[in-house]
Design a protein around this ligand. Structure first.
Ligand SMILES: Cc1cc2nc3c(=O)[nH]c(=O)nc-3n(C[C@H](O)[C@H](O)[C@H](O)COP(=O)(O)O)c2cc1C
Length: 350
């Protein structure tokens, strides 16, 4: 069941339009600096996340595992993470915890040396859903399997609501998250709907070390589940998928909401190095790319390599033309924020 679902997610994400109607990154326009007093070739793109140094200010977001195809994707992604000096995540490790013979489709990332590795489990697995929840020994197993540096817990409750086999319970989640934060270096991420300021404050108080916003603007799991429900002939879930297709907090707004004293990873809908520069300008310590890298990772390594080189080149062009000699300077690059993002940014008095 899990294997089929993972396979379907990859097929749908690659072949269908699964993005919301509006891309909020395009609402950010940098003011062009025609007289940059810097050398393009000595722009410093180095970054770090919680002390782990990377050559570029982005990571490869959690995507997959659990199938032979996923093994190949994870191999390509970890090879690229080593080559480019990046950190990377694997997809939800529930499959490996429940079926040990699938472990190798995740641990293949140990064949290479990403700058850091993110283990991944879902928030719904942390609490009882009518069956058993994950205890600490199961989380230990997932963490050690890929020799992880951080544990990522993903929040995907919209997806759970609209998928035919979704988990429905979130009661007690903060208590359990607080326990886990005491035992693991914990990063929390959304999967396409973003975190509010209220959520960010709760997460900070629970002991979370960083927040990956995973906001609205890129892969919409309501859209992915719409297509799965269509294939299964489930009208009810199709309707919910369509209704909630555009639900969530735009990624750039969520980066702003999540400025609560923790490093923020800006992800959800990043397509280019220019989008990455926009995320950094909103206060993200790093960006995160998922779907943009999927086609290359699922095919020819050369395509993935080309995609990453293009992201890096466009990031550096944006840095040059905003007169930003290092990544931190992007936070003070002059920019104009257009509607509708502008209204989203006004709600907490930003
Ligand atoms: C095929 C696919 C599978 C994914 N699986 C996971 C997952 O298992 N765990 C997770 O935390 N996020 C998962 N995500 C979400 C991404 O990490 C990311 O948060 C989201 O896709 C938004 O980024 P994007 O717009 O760059 O794709 C998945 C995304 C895609 C496209």
């Amino acid at each position: 069941m899990i294997e089929n679902r993972k396979e379907e997610h990859i097929n749908i994400a690659k072949s269908k339009d699964v993005s919301p109607d509006h891309n909020f990154w395009d609402d950010i326009k940098f003011v062009h600096q025609a007289v940059p007093e810097i050398d393009f070739d000595s722009i410093n793109t180095g970054s770090d996340l919680l002390g782990k140094k990377t050559d570029f200010p982005f990571l490869i977001s959690s995507m997959t595992g659990g199938t032979e195809r996923a093994r190949n994707i994870n191999r390509n992604l970890s090879r690229a993470a080593e080559q480019f000096g990046l950190g990377m995540g694997v997809g939800s490790m529930r499959a490996a915890v429940e079926k040990k013979d699938l472990a190798g489709t995740f641990s293949v990332v140990n064949d290479f040396k990403p700058r850091f590795k993110l283990a991944n489990i879902g928030a719904p697995q942390l609490i009882k859903q009518g069956k058993n929840s994950f205890d600490n020994s199961m989380i230990d197993y997932a963490f050690d399997l890929i020799d992880a540096d951080f544990l990522v817990v993903h929040f995907n409750f919209l997806q759970e609501m609209v998928q035919p086999e979704g988990d429905h319970n979130s009661r007690g989640i903060m208590k359990r998250l607080t326990e886990i934060a005491a035992s693991f270096p914990l990063i929390v991420k959304e999967t396409g709907n973003g975190f509010s300021r209220e959520a960010a404050l709760l997460l900070r108080d629970a002991g979370v070390r960083a927040i990956d916003v995973g906001g609205l603007g890129g892969t919409s799991f309501a859209a992915i589940e719409y297509y799965r429900a269509e294939k299964a002939g489930d009208r009810e879930k199709m309707d919910s998928g369509r209704t909630f297709w555009d639900w969530g907090i735009p990624s750039p707004a969520s980066i702003s909401y999540c400025q609560v004293g923790l490093p923020v990873i800006g992800s959800g809908g990043l397509r280019t190095g220019l989008d990455l520069a926009r995320a950094l300008s909103m206060g993200a310590a790093m960006g995160g790319f998922a779907r943009t890298l999927l086609a290359g990772a699922d095919g020819n390594y050369g395509d993935l390599e080309r995609e990453l080189k293009q992201i890096i080149r466009d990031l550096k062009i944006a840095m040059f033309l905003t007169s930003s000699s290092d990544v931190k300077k992007l936070a003070s690059a002059r920019k104009v924020i257009m509607e509708p993002l502008r209204s989203w940014l006004a709600i907490y008095g930003e």
